[in-house]
Design a protein around this ligand. Structure first.
Ligand code: PMV
Length: 361
């Protein structure tokens, strides 16, 4: 399980009476995918992602000190201004998991107000941005109580707590590129939290674009936690984890050298491998839709015809993330509008790009 005692804070003697923190935290898109975990929320392989900019959650945490600490967590939750009872169990189990590390939770009553910049039913995972936004607010509360924390301790613990909410959330705290999971060629990398990519990134990746095509906005038939579980006893698991490690090595060099052809190869292969793992699980399942495949073929055709450095990646769903350099923004947007939007549900897509992580408002 690992020794995470560095993240345990003592219950402080002075606790603020009341206050509010508002934070935003973005979603992220994995380039090398995390798929498969062991308790509690530790990855079977390292992953690398682009932090996004536009798709984010904004969370306001109001806290008020209780006269006496209680036996259970006291919180109310509002999503887009309305009470949201169906989100409460997730927050309850998040609080249970982080209580050892944030021991003052039961000293407060919390009101959590949250909203996303993207439509909730877009099929875009809100757990990464939502969990990291809440963790980031809680860290500001902790910093107010324990002022001696360094900036590095702050972001590492924010990522550590986010991870306990949702694995991929650990990668949303910082940007523009983060690595989560121990890898022997990435100094400082850890299974417990994500770190900022520790090398200078080639200018080819500056302002890298991600247009998210909303191919299917419905609820996924298989949740990512079920998918992760199916990697236990999966016939290709060991090879897959080995491959992800080798792809992190490759991508590290690509991000430094700026080799976009190699970038395309690693990123598309990772996306298809993720879905291949789903198709070869027992029970097997498919999250891509016919339009997902149509989009992929169109992207390949366009790349062949024009020499563009456009490529795609997928998360655990049918939507397609179209990735391309900033220098191709106008031409690729023309292509997306004329050839790809027809495959999107209600013609919807989101123009996003690489971003910098969580912020205090
Ligand atoms: O954080 P989770 O448990 O929702 O898992 C995310 C898994 C993928 O999005 C498919 C891959 C990744 O690395 O983000």
């Amino acid at each position: 399980m690992g020794d995470f005692s560095q993240f345990i804070t003592k219950t402080p003697s002075t606790i603020p009476d009341k206050g509010t923190f508002s934070c935003t935290s973005p979603s992220n898109i994995a380039l090398v995918k995390y798929w498969g975990k062991r308790p509690i929320q530790l990855p079977e392989n390292p992953s690398i992602s682009f932090t996004l900019d536009v798709c984010k959650t904004e969370t306001t945490l109001h806290f008020e000190k209780l006269n006496h600490p209680t036996d259970d967590f006291q919180f109310e939750l509002f999503f887009e201004g309305k009470p949201k009872p169906d989100f409460k169990p997730k927050i309850q189990s998040f609080f249970e998991r982080i209580e050892t590390y944030v021991p003052f939770l039961k000293h407060f009553k919390f009101i959590i107000e949250t909203k996303n910049t993207f439509p909730h039913s877009s099929g875009i995972a809100s757990s990464a941005s939502g969990m990291s936004a809440l963790a980031y607010c809680l860290m500001h509360l902790e910093k107010g109580i324990n002022g001696s924390m360094t900036d590095e301790e702050f972001v590492n613990k924010a990522s550590f707590l986010s991870r306990l909410g949702s694995g991929s959330a650990s990668r949303s705290v910082e940007g523009p590129i983060t690595v989560w999971g121990n890898h022997n060629e990435v100094p400082g990398s850890s299974d417990a939290y994500a770190i900022k990519f520790p090398y200078s990134i080639h200018e080819n990746f500056t302002n890298y674009q991600d247009t998210i095509l909303l191919v299917d906005k419905g609820e996924k038939q298989v949740s990512s936690s079920v998918g992760h579980d199916l990697m236990h006893g999966h016939p290709f698991a060991a090879k897959r984890f080995e491959q992800a490690n080798s792809n992190v090595s490759k991508l590290k060099n690509i991000l430094i050298s700026g080799d976009l052809d190699m970038f395309i190869e690693v990123v598309e292969s990772e996306a298809l491998t993720l879905h291949a793992m789903m198709m070869t699980s027992l029970p097997y399942f498919i999250l891509m839709k016919p339009n997902t495949l149509s989009v992929i073929h169109k992207i390949w055709e366009y790349r062949k015809d024009t020499g563009s450095k456009i490529c795609f990646t997928l998360d655990a769903g049918a939507n397609v993330h179209v990735l391309y350099p900033h220098s191709e923004k106008d031409t690729v947007m023309e292509f997306i509008k004329s050839e790809l939007v027809v495959y999107c549900q209600k013609g919807q897509y989101i123009c996003d790009k690489i971003g910098l992580g969580a912020k205090l408002l």
